[in-house]
Write a protein that binds this ligand. Structure first.
Ligand SMILES: *Cc1c(COP(=O)(O)O)cnc(C)c1O
Length: 390
């Protein structure tokens, strides 16, 4: 795939533009068609590479060009959801009775796929590692290990894995490596630069950015993308709809601006939380502190609006705090314009916390694009409600 721009702002604004092909339209049109009429001697249609929109579509291709350029991949593929991209990347590497290594802190449905579904259906064995174990991941490699699946940072306590180390290990041992790069985004972490084979994303979060599309993507080498395009994507059929691609394109044009504001607001909220007596610990990579500081500064160029904290006291107290918020809406997703609160491990049992490699009473906040003083005032009044009820 050819690339026309180097700088991220230019890629977001213009990569994939083709004024000649799209009749000067400043925004690429939505090719809302299933099939493309093939050229024949009689119909006068010029040569073109398109056959059927499940396999290739010009609007979807514009998004794919942008993503490949942003993450230094040779190519990219879009999907109907993040889980479609994730499951296609996983299916590309696994085979019957093979062994997979992953981390405990991965996204829930991905864990279910690796830990329950693939073992039950295809005899796959999955080893789940906590953060410390993942730092010497080679100890867990077996002869039949076919895939190392990472999520760095994870979206609970933002554990990082060492991408250079894992990329090198995968290359040396011939093991496929996949990372869910959603949390860091295509702007702030470039896993392919460290030798990771596939970077996967849900675009339902920051890439879309407006809480109005479910979408996914992966970025990889030309060869891997071509294989997945012809095999997992075409055969399982989880292709991206052209209209969804167009909305994603619109979201991506402001990705950098949005993320900068999310990070500014989130850092202010994180610092505020650190000064609160009811807060035991704040997790936000943008604070650049803690035992993973060095890795954060090596791998990540920036941060978004997602952070979490451990609330002192009972689950009831944490519930009261969350229910007292008015600007932070209660909801499970993140990456949109709106601020959200989510009970990540409030009232969960020890088994859940061990399985997710997270502490108890963890509240996750997505800091949106609202005025930051409004957001902090909202947290302040919720803390006051909890203190009064003590
Ligand atoms: C939301 C999420 C997903 C799933 O994405 P969908 O588009 O909802 O399928 C995958 N990984 C992470 C880290 C997520 O937060």
């Amino acid at each position: 795939m050819s690339r026309n721009y180097e700088k991220e702002e230019d890629i977001l604004a213009h990569e994939g533009d083709d004024y000649e092909r799209f009749l000067g339209a400043v925004v690429p049109p939505i090719f809302q068609n299933t099939l493309f009429v093939l050229p024949t001697a009689g119909n006068g249609i010029p040569e073109h590479p398109y056959v059927y929109s499940r396999v290739t579509n010009p609007t979807v291709e514009v998004v794919e060009k942008k993503l490949a350029a942003l993450e230094h991949g040779e190519d990219a593929l879009c999907f109907s959801s993040g889980m479609a991209a994730i499951s296609s990347a996983i299916m590309h590497f696994v085979e019957k009775d093979c062994h997979v290594i992953t981390v405990r802190s991965i996204y829930g449905p991905t864990r279910t796929l690796l830990k329950d579904y693939l073992p039950r259906k295809f005899g796959v064995e999955t080893t789940l590692l906590c953060q410390e174990e993942a730092m010497h991941l080679e100890d867990y490699v077996r002869d039949n290990t076919r895939l190392i699946y990472l999520e760095s940072p994870s979206s609970g306590v933002f554990s990082l894995q060492d991408l250079e180390y894992v990329g090198k290990l995968g290359r040396e041992r011939g093991i496929g490596t996949v990372i869910d790069n959603t949390c860091a985004t295509s702007l702030y972490q470039k896993p392919l630069d460290y030798g990771i084979d596939i970077s996967v994303h849900t675009a339902s979060k920051y890439l879309g950015g407006h809480s109005d599309i479910i979408a996914g993507a992966l970025i990889s080498s030309g060869q891997i993308c071509e294989e997945i395009r012809r095999s997992e994507r075409a055969n399982f059929g989880a292709c991206m709809d052209p209209h969804q691609a167009w909305l994603m394109l619109r979201g991506m044009r402001t990705l950098k601006l949005r993320l900068e504001q999310h990070a500014k607001n989130a850092l202010a909220v994180a610092r505020y939380l650190q000064g609160q007596p009811l807060v035991k610990r704040v997790y936000y990579p943008g604070l650049r502190e803690g035992e993973q500081k060095e890795l954060i500064e090596k791998q990540m160029k920036g941060f978004g609006g997602l952070l979490s904290f451990v609330m002192d006291g009972t689950a009831e107290r944490a519930e009261l705090f969350m229910d007292s918020l008015t600007c932070f809406l209660k909801g499970c997703s993140w990456g949109g314009f709106e601020s959200l609160v989510y009970p990540f491990s409030v009232g969960t049992d020890e088994e859940f916390n061990r399985e997710n490699d997270c502490p108890a009473n963890l509240i996750r906040l997505h800091v949106g694009l609202e005025n930051v003083e409004t957001l902090i005032a909202d947290l302040e009044q919720a803390f006051a409600k909890v203190t009064d009820g003590r």
